[in-house]
Write a protein that binds this ligand. Structure first.
Ligand SMILES: Cc1cc2nc3c(=O)[nH]c(=O)nc-3n(C[C@H](O)[C@H](O)[C@H](O)COP(=O)(O)OP(=O)(O)OC[C@H]3O[C@@H](n4cnc5c(N)ncnc54)[C@H](O)[C@@H]3O)c2cc1C
Length: 457
């Protein structure tokens, strides 16, 4: 039996950060990984999806700028775009990641890790013992909804969509959340005919309604067939085609079907039963990411079900790593209020409350609206593409509670709002935060003017 201070199961972003931070603090750490060091994010999710979206976004931006537009004489080269995706995911080889672990003295154990009672992890015939703690960071897999015929129709999950070597002629996408929207737009840009079906009445339904409407407009203009408020009753595969039957009887047919309707925690085969916990669901944790009643066991990342985002898993990992070292940190950002971006064109970048979620939380909030495209910076970036920015602030105090940016390249604008929220800042305090000219950050001046109008109304 080998003994370590801490054993981490899962080398995705959450597991890697937990292991790295603990090892840098001098603890002896082992990390167990059954597939690729880097996890879903690096190889099958965040990184390849962004790589597939980027060519069309770069091309569209060049076409918006006179002088550059004249130099753009062709269309997207799908082969080259797929090759660039392969480069981003290092051809699904994690060799380049191993040096980072080695530099920190972290022992990598390849294989399926399973708990084997308290503080013990079994990997094949190896038994590892944790002197201080075990961190579970096994992530999630795609979940298939219980639609008759769906599993038999051999649909793509996000993995097949992010690793495909070909662009299907016709792609059906089930699910209009961030993953469905990103991959629908990516494949449309690479030449597929795309139809997207979403049960809610708009795309990205958890975000402000104007975000979903902006995506619907952009997608429709690009030729994506959008069906919102649509219920899928059945799916079937006939040889090379796959068909969805919608309520009402209409059928949509494609060559591939991507299902992007949610995730399932990878906790079924983790040996949880050896410590009296049932697997198959996200594992409940407290705000220090400890499993209640088991002071030696922590869960980071997607598997605790709190915020299925890489940066939030890494934040959780930093908190729990410090907790293991005896440094307690207050959890200040979590769940649906976390910073989040749908990397489509336009991008939807949001943090904190929407106006609706603030209302549901019983907060007396108001909205301040602006438009990044109506700034001097908007003449240069995202030229001619309407956008919308909304701050949600507490009535009276003017405390910033939420922000949504819908615009070309909006993702990089989000962090200013995240800082305002994390710092508990009010509109009055932000008055002196002067945005540089000519940047699209001058939208904050529009938001200040809206706040001043509110104060005088
Ligand atoms: C298509 C897509 C795009 C996305 N884009 C973004 C984005 O742009 N930004 C963002 O923030 N988030 C994005 N996400 C979400 C993001 O991928 C996840 O939040 C993130 O990967 C979670 O990290 P994790 O470390 O918890 O788990 P994972 O990345 O899933 O890693 C878990 C690792 O644990 C390993 N493992 C599991 N069980 C065991 C076991 N028993 N023994 C050994 N190893 C095990 C797995 O093999 C895996 O390598 C996207 C998701 C999808 C599907």
């Amino acid at each position: 039996m080998r003994s370590f201070d801490v054993i981490v199961i899962g080398a995705g972003p959450a597991g890697e950060v937990a292991a790295g931070r603990l090892a840098e603090a001098g603890l002896e750490v082992a990390i167990v990984e059954r597939e690729l060091v880097g996890g879903e994010c690096a190889f099958y999710a965040c990184m390849p999806s962004k790589a597939l979206l980027r060519p069309a976004q770069a091309l569209a931006e060049a076409r918006r700028v006179p002088g550059a537009a004249e130099a753009v004489t062709g269309n997207i080269d799908a082969r080259a775009a797929l090759a660039r995706r392969d480069e981003v995911v290092h051809d699904l080889d994690d060799a380049g990641k191993l040096g980072w672990l080695e530099d920190r003295g972290i022992a990598l154990v390849r294989g399926q890790g399973r708990l084997d009672g308290e503080r013990r992890v079994r990997v094949g015939d190896n038994v590892l013992e944790a002197r201080r703690a075990v961190v579970l960071a096994p992530g999630t897999t795609a979940a298939l909804p219980p639609i008759p015929g769906l599993a038999e129709a051999r649909p793509w999950t996000s993995r097949e969509a992010t690793t495909s070597k070909d662009v299907p002629g016709r792609l059906l996408v089930l699910g209009g959340g961030p993953v469905g929207c990103e991959l629908a737009q990516a494949y449309r840009s690479l030449g597929a005919e795309v139809a997207l079906v979403e049960g809610a009445d708009r795309l990205v339904p958890k975000e402000e309604a104007f975000a979903g409407e902006a995506l619907r407009e952009a997608f429709t203009a690009q030729g994506i067939d959008i069906r919102t408020g649509a219920r899928v009753e059945a799916a079937r595969r006939d040889g090379h085609t796959v068909t969805l039957t919608l309520a009402g009887g209409e059928e949509l047919t494609g060559d591939e079907l991507l299902v992007a309707t949610g995730r399932h925690a990878r906790t079924d085969d983790l040996g949880l039963e050896t410590i009296g916990i049932e697997g198959g669901e996200p594992i409940e944790v407290g705000d220090d990411f400890r499993v209640p009643g088991r002071d030696w066991l922590f869960v980071a990342g997607d598997a605790n079900g709190r915020a299925l985002l890489t940066h939030m898993g890494k934040y959780q990992a930093r908190i729990l790593a410090d907790e293991i070292r005896g440094i307690h940190r207050e959890l200040r950002s979590d769940g649906p209020l976390s910073p989040r971006v749908t990397f489509t064109e336009p991008q939807v970048a949001a943090v904190g409350h929407t106006l609706a979620s603030a209302g549901e939380a019983g907060i007396d909030a108001l909205r301040l609206d602006g438009d990044m495209s109506h700034t001097a910076g908007g003449s240069f970036v995202g030229k001619g593409v309407d956008g919308m920015t909304r701050l949600v602030v507490e009535r009276g105090s003017g405390r910033v509670l939420g922000a949504t940016f819908v615009a070309v390249e909006a993702a990089e604008s989000l962090h200013a709002a995240t800082i305002a929220i994390a710092g508990n800042l009010t509109m009055d305090q932000l008055w002196d935060a002067v945005p540089a000219f000519p940047t699209r950050s001058e939208v904050w001046l529009q938001l200040q003017e809206a706040w001043e109008r509110e104060l005088t109304s």
